[in-house]
Design a protein around this ligand. Sequence first.
Ligand SMILES: Nc1ncnc2c1ncn2[C@@H]1O[C@H](COP(=O)(O)OP(=O)(O)OP(=O)(O)O)[C@@H](O)[C@H]1O
Length: 642
Amino acid sequence: MEESVSEILEMKSEEDVLQGYDVSSSSEITVPPRLIDQVIGQENAVEVIKKAATQRRHVMMIGNPGTGKSMLAKAMAELLPKEELKDILVYPNLDDSNNPIIRTVASGRGKQIVAAHKAEAGKRKQMRNTLIMLLIFGIIGYALISGQWLMGIIAAAFIFMALQYSRPREEAMIPKLLVSSEPNAVAPFIDGTGSHAGALLGDVRHDPFQSGGLETPAHDRVEAGAIHRSNGGVLFIDEINTLTPHSQQNLLTALQEGEFPITGQSERSSGAMVRTEPVPCRFIMVAAGNLDAVQGMHPALRSRIRGYGYEVYMQDTMLDTPENRVKFVRFIAQEVKNDGKIPHFDRSAIEEVIREGQRRSNRKGHLTLKLRDMGGLIRVAGDIARQEGADMTTAEHVLKAKQSARSIEQQISDEYITRIRDYDLSVVTGTQIGRVNGLAVMGSDSGSILPIVAEVTPSQGANGTVIATGLLKEIAKESIQNVSAILKKFTGRDIRNMDVHVQFIGTYSGVEGDSASISVATAVISAIEGIPVKQDVAMTGSLSVRGDVLPIGGVTYKIEAAAKAGIKTVIIPKANFGDVLIEDRYRTMVEIIPVEHIEEVLEVALVPQNREVFLNKLKKLAAEPAKVFESSTGAAGSHSAA
Ligand SMILES: Nc1ncnc2c1ncn2[C@@H]1O[C@H](COP(=O)(O)OP(=O)(O)OP(=O)(O)O)[C@@H](O)[C@H]1O
């Protein structure tokens, strides 16, 4: 049952997370003016960006979303010299209209040049119109005098229409300002993430008329791409691997040449006929993504960035030191200032945000650096305070925000727990043979119960197999194979004549990772030996082939999910014990048992008829080397996950 916010507040531990730091509200904190000085916890990346900005080098940033990659790229643009900014103009080419001319002028000059051309064209147009009006009146006058008035009106109308719909030559000669900049402005920061070829490399619009005086001149249809707009500045591309190979290839050419002509990107458009002179694109590339981005990237592009730049890995967490907590307070002040609408945070709210930062780090002694999500929490808490008309955001608002701003994964996890309760699928009492309550993480901030059942049947073939189902992905499948080794050791039986079936229940979006290994081993050993498993116990842990319980991720969220579901005991790897930062309200609901070896798991979870005999057998099996069973063909039995 969920406690109310006031109950949770009462239960809060007394730890002074600000440890003597004398601050009563985020309004007392000064936010540094430069963006680079606002970046928190990414000292290495900040150094790299500063160096790369001075040396004009490219940068590749790899790391999780929301850790400050685009913020750093923006900060880099602020550090670049302003003198290098230029305006780029595109002019018509009288010799070859499909090859518009490109000119680069000083920053701010482009607008003046276009304005001067427009003024000149306006003057000429006015002069021409006056002459033509005189001609029309002349024709009409002559027609009236000579009596040929019908011919006169037709001729006048024809001349008028031609004038109205044809594009005056003077206008067609006005250059187009392709890229503009203000003198002494900050260098451009262009985000080219997810751009299709036209938006990235420039494009030439289609002209439906194409001839007869009604057409738009080719140079007027030329559009700059992100690579051109970032000339002299920073081009940031997140998830770089999602660009097509063609775009990545062209990006590489642009990087190498520092200029790239603009042509129509759609083959069947009239724009495809047009190709401008090369357009300057001397940008610094900041490519970003997670590890997949490196693998999916065009090798030549990667090698260019490596050869002419830096690669930097973004940190997910920082040490939970007093200095870093102070930085966290500054982060709150920054977010409040950037939002501009939410009230400042008082000391209690600051402390609550820091506690949440500790929890979300998923590591003992660390604070999370997934600060975009933390920023989201700060904004929701501030909005709640604003709605309530409070002058300050308090701990109560932060707690309410945590309850209302649950991630999709948290909502699904809670819904899942309710559903399995409704359908009596969640078994959290009594004992069962071959059934274990495993635990899984969903997304990055929620957990769920993952029931696993095992059944053993006589083998259908010469050698038994382990058949595992539940949309298991690679690592999960491999972990089941490793469990086979444990089965041989801890049952002491020849499992070649058995088929072992393992089912992960309700895993509609698949299972990845090996953190269910101890649950699978326990379920199967229970099924083989016919020993019941306690259902008020849940467990999580990876397993070595020798039976050592290895650390896993998301331990805090898994324990909280177990507590919510009504589990009384949670077995976790001893190595993870320090990472447990469960909220105070769950502390009284579950007992946490850290273990190092599978026999400790079995000791806690299994309920043998004769505990003494069982424990002695376990001790003996753990001490003995695993038995080798010779198969009829001489090879050891091959058990594999399917
Ligand atoms: N290291 C940081 N220091 C200060 N603020 C941060 C940091 N990381 C993220 N933020 C906050 O989160 C916001 C979003 O971060 P940002 O867009 O830079 O993340 P990202 O790593 O580029 O994520 P994605 O890859 O999803 O675009 C920033 O505008 C800032 O408010």
